[in-house]
Design a binder for this molecule. Structure first.
Ligand code: GDP
Ligand code: MN
Length: 379
């Protein structure tokens, strides 16, 4: 799950990372003006969307007075940034910037460890720096159990800042970011830019945190930060009933139990010339409601031309899936062709239940099922 900049700054503040003081979010230009009035002086108005590159897209603007802040907010609230509508802006005191650094922690899957990345050349062009001048970006892995030693933080800071006093402040931000990353179970925590002010302060001007969905159950405070505006109806329904669902662009809806089988099914759909419309794992339990929800979600996508059920009955019993399927067909009135491969526990019972419904296409093997659904989707 992603959270917004203003929420990530709250997390930073709790962990002692310096962020600009004050500021608030607004969903109307008038509210933005009121916040600017309360702050007094120059403010920055920033789009709150789950996307980078807001500055380049016109989503970050300085405003000299409250009326200016109202106008800038009005313009930003009409933007779409990388396809995402801007529904809120953060209005915060503007800072004077002497220098912009980059500091981030990402999961390095190849190394199976988190990696700290730091650069003297932070700001809106960090991707360009990473591509054209990789030597300007220093990287250091750390063991999440052991954390980062203070001297390691100081060595990293010294790579980007020769002034000892400033480097000391940067080192403390690095240590606190490591602590924040671990304590919220983040998969990414990024400060770009981390700024040096003319007064010699080091402050996180921007904040980005991605959270590991699988650890959210132990962070009720973070779960509460979920922004319903950023979730589609299908995403929300899937999450509420416990389906892992990822929408794709193809025409073949897939309902599979088990993430590995779901991946293999998608591979096979591609192999036989089809395009999957989604990844969907109904998981290990055999609740018929899950199947009903899965059919609803899949049929709400007009691109879908055929549906493939690929169920291996282990813990999930085939007769339960069959019953759920029949309920789903009846409740949703789905007219699309449905191919079913149902093998494993209670397979015979499951088949028998399905025989009572006409218009379903049973298949014995995965190859047969996938070939058939690809054919039906193209018909
Ligand atoms: P992003 O483009 O989505 O990464 O948004 P940022 O929050 O990083 O803002 C982009 C750029 O706007 C920063 O790199 C700064 O150069 C500039 N900026 C943001 N806030 C301020 C501010 O308070 N004062 C000044 N002078 N510039 C700012
Ligand atoms: Mn940024």
């Amino acid at each position: 799950m992603n959270i917004h900049e203003y929420q990530a700054k709250e997390v930073f503040r709790k962990h002692g990372i310096p962020v600009p003081p004050g500021g608030d979010v607004a969903s109307t230009p008038e509210a933005a003006k009121a916040i600017a009035e309360a702050i007094g002086g120059q403010v920055v108005v920033k789009a709150q969307v789950h996307s980078g590159g807001r500055g380049k897209a016109g989503g970050v603007k300085l405003a000299d007075n409250p009326e200016d802040a109202r106008q800038k907010a009005e313009a930003i609230l009409q933007l779409q940034i990388q396809g995402l509508p801007v529904r809120r802006v953060l209005v915060a005191p503007a800072l004077d910037i002497a220098h912009e650094y980059y500091l981030g922690i990402v999961l390095d899957r190849a190394a199976k460890l988190p990696a700290i990345m730091i650069s003297r050349e932070g700001g809106v062009d960090i991707e360009e720096v990473a591509r054209t001048k990789p030597e300007a970006l220093s990287k250091q892995h750390f063991d999440p159990e052991r954390g980062l030693r203070p001297y390691e933080a100081r060595m990293l800071a010294a790579k980007v800042e020769p002034n000892g006093k400033l480097a000391g402040k940067i080192a403390r931000v690095i240590e606190k970011l490591v602590a924040a990353f671990a304590s919220v179970d983040a998969s990414l925590a990024e400060i770009n830019p981390l700024v040096q002010t003319p007064d010699g302060d080091i402050i996180a001007l921007d904040a980005k945190i991605n959270l590991d969905d699988n650890a959210l159950f132990r962070h009720a405070d973070l779960e509460a930060m979920r922004d319903p505006d950023t979730e589609t109806d299908a995403d929300r329904d899937a999450r509420n009933i416990g389906l892992s669902f990822i929408k794709l662009d193809g025409s073949i809806g897939c309902v599979v139990n088990g993430a590995g089988l779901a991946m293999a099914t998608m591979d096979l759909v591609k192999h036989f010339g089809g395009e999957p419309a989604n990844f969907l794992d109904i998981g290990g339990s055999s609740k018929p409601e899950k199947v009903v929800t899965a059919i609803r979600i899949i049929t709400s996508d007009p691109k879908v031309k055929a549906i493939l059920f690929n169920i291996f009955g282990g813990i999930t019993r085939c007769d339960d899936v069959a019953r759920g399927l029949i309920q789903g067909i009846q409740q949703t009135g789905v007219k699309l062709p449905i191919v079913i491969r149902l093998v494993g526990t209670n397979e015979a019972e499951g088949r028998k239940i399905l025989e009572e419904v006409s218009g379903l296409h049973p298949a014995e093997t995965m190859d047969e099922a996938v070939k058939k659904v690809v054919e039906l989707a193209q018909a």
